[in-house]
Design a protein around this ligand. Structure first.
Ligand code: PLP
Length: 405
């Protein structure tokens, strides 16, 4: 990156803490990223100096809070290049965004025997909501397979389409393999079959330019906390022509135009999907986080993380008995691995004692674990503030643990 990485690290107070007396090496960014001071300050400032419920009050504070909240929506719109803020629905996160879409889309457009296509590398949050819909409505779930490098088989994908296919729902970047799926091409294939496509961008949005118009995505979802923003906030992007046709998800305040016991009419987009008080403080935090990313440039961040990932792959492969899962030609800043027959949990726990935070387990992708024939992996995932020297610490840590076994 052109900017000084040490300066970036200073923006993230947590990075200077120690764990078990060791400097923290935080490599669990795929689970959640750390927060720059300006994001946390924005949350505190708004609580202290603006706080009031949005969209409801004539009073000064309520209007100011509403302006901030809607300005955040505009920041998100620009960040993903949506056509209009009507297409940006605030949710609690990726998981809620997918549940919203599955529920509303499933109610309106799917009948018994209809089909959704997902991939073998989905996070549980893009599997289980469809299974719940399957239990409710009798829809079928078709699964795109992958090769041993962790790349989806696009020929097989084509073959899954039938006249009962109603939607495709795929992950942009795998949270386990790091594979960057060719979603633009996959969306075009879905469109050629006359069906829309949902993109789970939870692991792509922090690491690469995501332009919904360029991708021609019909729906796209992500969480604020994975892109340096606060927990509890997420986004469902949807093309206006689709969102217009979908019924509301939850009922309550704010999503209505008029309520009587005889008949209720619903609010316009995007408020139709935002029942109840939104996390208007959290949306300010998300906007600040996106401004922060813009300030450094997503392309520069991507280049830095690419360099880190390449270096980490090279160094990890020097370790005897190292097995890396995911060798796709296009890959993101996530590396899953196992060493010899050391249990992933043991390796993760011992690395933790050295101050190194990695993820262990099935990473909410058990069907993918079944495909790989394993129970879990250790996962290191990088962010803009990580350094090569931290990777050296990880490699030294793994070597040390390996010697103990
Ligand atoms: N999809 C992917 C690919 C993920 O990696 C995650 C989280 O790890 C999710 C969905 C769920 O995100 P959240 O827990 O923020 O709703």
């Amino acid at each position: 990156m052109n900017v000084d990485i040490q300066k970036i690290r200073e923006d993230f107070p947590i990075l200077s803490r120690t764990v078990y007396g060791k400097p923290l090496v935080y490599f669990d960014n795929g689970a959640t990223t750390q927060k720059p001071r300006l994001v946390v300050d924005a949350l505190v400032d708004e609580y202290y100096s603006v706080n009031a419920n949005v969209h409801r009050g004539v009073h000064y504070l309520s209007q100011q809070a509403t302006e901030l909240h809607e300005a955040s929506r505009e920041t998100v719109r620009q960040f993903i290049n949506a056509r209009s803020t009507n297409e940006v629905v605030f949710t609690r996160g990726t998981t809620e965004s997918i549940n919203l879409l599955v529920s509303s889309f499933g109610d309106e457009f799917m009948e018994e025997g209809d089909e959704v296509i997902v991939s073998v590398m989905e996070h549980h949050s893009n599997i289980v909501p469809w299974q719940l819909l399957a239990a409710r409505k009798g829809i079928a779930i078709k699964v795109i397979p992958m090769n041993d490098r962790g790349e989806l088989l696009l020929d097989e994908y084509e073959k899954l389409f039938s006249e009962r296919t109603k939607i495709v729902s795929v992950v942009h970047v795998s949270n386990v393999l790091g594979t960057v799926n060719p979603v633009k091409e996959m969306i075009a294939t879905a469109h050629a079959h006359g069906v829309p496509c949902l993109i789970d961008a939870a692991q792509s949005i922090p690491h690469m330019k995501v332009d919904v118009q360029e991708l021609d995505a019909d729906f796209l979802v992500f969480s604020a906390h994975k892109i340096y923003g606060p927990t509890g906030v997420g986004v469902l992007y949807g093309k206006e022509e689709w969102l217009d046709r979908l019924p509301p998800y939850q009922g309550g305040g704010e999503m209505i135009q008029h309520v009587s016991f005889e008949k209720t009419t619903f609010n316009e987009l995007p408020f139709k999907f935002e029942a109840g008080t939104p996390d208007y403080i959290g949306t300010t935090g998300l906007a600040k986080a996106l401004d922060y990313v813009n300030g450094h440039g997503i392309e520069q961040i991507a280049a830095h993380e690419h360099e880190l990932t390449t270096y980490a792959l090279q160094r990890l492969k020097e370790i005897p008995h190292m097995r890396i899962f995911g060798e796709a030609a296009e890959r993101g800043a996530v590396i899953s691995f196992l060493v010899g027959d050391i249990h992933h949990f043991d390796l993760g726990t011992l690395l933790d004692r050295l101050g190194i935070a990695v993820r262990t387990g099935h990473h909410c992708a058990q069907p993918l674990m079944q495909r790989l024939g394993i129970e879990g992996t250790v996962r290191a995932s990088f962010a803009m503030y990580n350094t090569k020297s931290e990777i050296d610490t990880l490699v030294a840590g793994i070597e040390r643990v390996s010697k103990m076994f």
